[in-house]
Write a protein that binds this ligand. Structure first.
Ligand code: UD1
Length: 429
């Protein structure tokens, strides 16, 4: 079978305006939340990416009808039934686990293949289970499947998450909305996608307050009072941040539109520290750079800290800065696989546990490289835009998981980049 790769050559600049798609990490959960509406919800601004296709298949397997009209999705969950979420889908995408909360809320029971490990660390689900247990959910594992049931119904409770986990906050929230009484989630994740989910839940008739803060309060309502809704997905801050890194790397000016600048406060601070000029408006951010890139230190943390999903892209920037930067990954174990590929392009990176010391070099060199995850993949293509000669990026299905028309958007900004189908013998790995 021919393999598709991205071939990218050193480009003069990345400049112009790019429209940012809806947030992958929001839309996935909004689709899952539509299970609670028990009718046809319409979700706008849904990106055309393969992770969304998988989530649609999860819903279809549970009995929903999903119709795509451009960037809108009509998700009719009237006929969703208490069916199992199969391994073939959960193993492709860990975020399938976000159907767990809504299924338990709707049926008092759910059966789902256990998500396995993942290339970016162990990624356990213990906190999802702890949060939902407080609400009366009992769990057992049966031949690789997680069985969740609430034999005595769901009731509100006080939950203190050990870590501000995005997925655990969302699943707990989506269960608590129909749990009798009051629920408090402390140390909740504060990502903009959590706020987006709470807004959709409230549009369906739920009573969620405080999303975006570390304490979320939920007043349970009867399931029968919930109804479908129409909702627009927020812009993708990680896609926006990725293009801003491209502008910073090549000089720009590069503007991203369709993104609330407050979602990227920490990334903007880092871009400025690295010598970029950043301006913002209601729904756009623009970056440009005239002087040299300055080194900086970055440590990933839950929002509003620096996002782990922009770590690889910023490591690329650091690799071309004048001096030494320290990048610390605190959210995921094992998220430095990108550094190994970047080193093959001439970067000077020393890995020490969850720290990477990055000594800036004058130039990167084009090379054959492979994506280890979607953010690393996006960063490798950007590296190819800046590097001398030609870079061939393999395993680009990772990029397609989360970036809508990445190559087309980069071309519109002036990059010399294309997708190419090749026989395995044509391309050196
Ligand atoms: C979500 C995002 C992902 C992002 C991450 C952190 C989606 C689909 N994915 O992933 O792009 O990188 O947030 O911003 O929205 N953990 C546990 N036990 C749990 C849950 C999490 O130990 O029960 C650990 C994980 O292994 C990881 C850390 O906590 O090391 C963060 O995970 P979490 O915030 O839950 O990320 P996800 O929801 O999986």
């Amino acid at each position: 079978m021919p393999e598709e790769v991205i071939v990218v050559r050193e480009s003069k600049n990345l400049t112009g305006t790019v429209q940012i798609s809806g947030a992958k990490n929001s839309a996935l959960k909004l689709i899952a939340a539509s299970i609670l509406g028990q009718g046809e919800s319409i979700i706008h601004n849904v990106p055309l990416i393969s992770d969304i296709d998988i989530m649609c298949r999860v819903l279809e397997r549970l009995g929903a009808t999903v119709v795509r009209e451009g960037h809108a999705l009509r998700v009719d969950t009237t006929n969703v039934a208490d069916k199992e979420t199969p391994y073939e889908l959960v193993s492709k995408m860990r975020a399938s686990i976000s159907a767990l909360g809504p299924m338990v809320a709707r049926f008092g029971h759910a059966r789902m293949a256990m998500p396995g490990g993942c290339q970016i660390g162990a990624r356990k689900i213990d906190m999802h289970l702890v949060g939902m247990s407080v609400l009366g959910v009992k769990f057992s594992v049966d031949h690789g499947f997680l069985e969740a049931s609430a034999p005595n119904g769901l009731h509100g409770g006080e939950i203190m998450l050990e870590f501000a986990s995005v997925g655990a906050t969302e699943n707990t929230m989506m269960t608590a909305v129909v749990a009798e009484g009051h629920t408090i989630i402390e140390n909740a994740a504060r990502e903009p996608e959590i706020v987006d989910l709470a807004n959709m839940l409230n549009a369906m008739g739920c009573k969620v307050q405080g999303a975006g803060n570390s304490t979320i309060e939920i007043e349970g309502v009867p399931l029968s009072s919930l109804h479908p809704c129409e909702h627009t997905t927020v812009g993708d801050r990680i896609e926006a941040g990725t293009f801003l890194v491209g502008g910073a790397l090549m000089g720009g000016p590069l503007r991203v539109e369709g993104i609330n600048p407050s979602f990227l406060r920490m990334a903007i601070i880092k871009l400025k520290q690295m010598g970029c000029t950043v301006s913002t408006g209601d729904n756009w951010i623009e970056v440009s750079r005239e002087g040299e890139l300055k080194p900086t230190d970055i440590q990933t943390l839950p929002h509003p800290g620096f996002p782990t999903d922009l770590q690889a892209q910023f490591m690329l920037l650091c690799s071309l800065a004048k001096g030494s930067s320290l990048v610390t990954e605190n959210v995921f174990e094992n998220r430095f696989m990108f550094a190994e590929e970047l080193m093959r392009m001439g970067a000077d990176v020393n890995l020490e546990g969850h720290h990477a010391v990055v000594e800036g070099v004058d130039k990167l060199m084009g090379a054959p490289v492979s994506c280890s995850d979607l953010r690393a993949g996006a960063a490798l293509v950007l590296a190819g835009v800046a590097a001398e000669g030609e870079t061939v990026v393999h395993d680009i299905y990772h990029i397609d998981r989360g970036y809508e028309d990445y190559v087309g958007k980069l071309q519109s900004l002036g990059a010399d980049v294309k997708r190419v189908k090749v026989g395995h013998s044509d391309v050196w790995r």
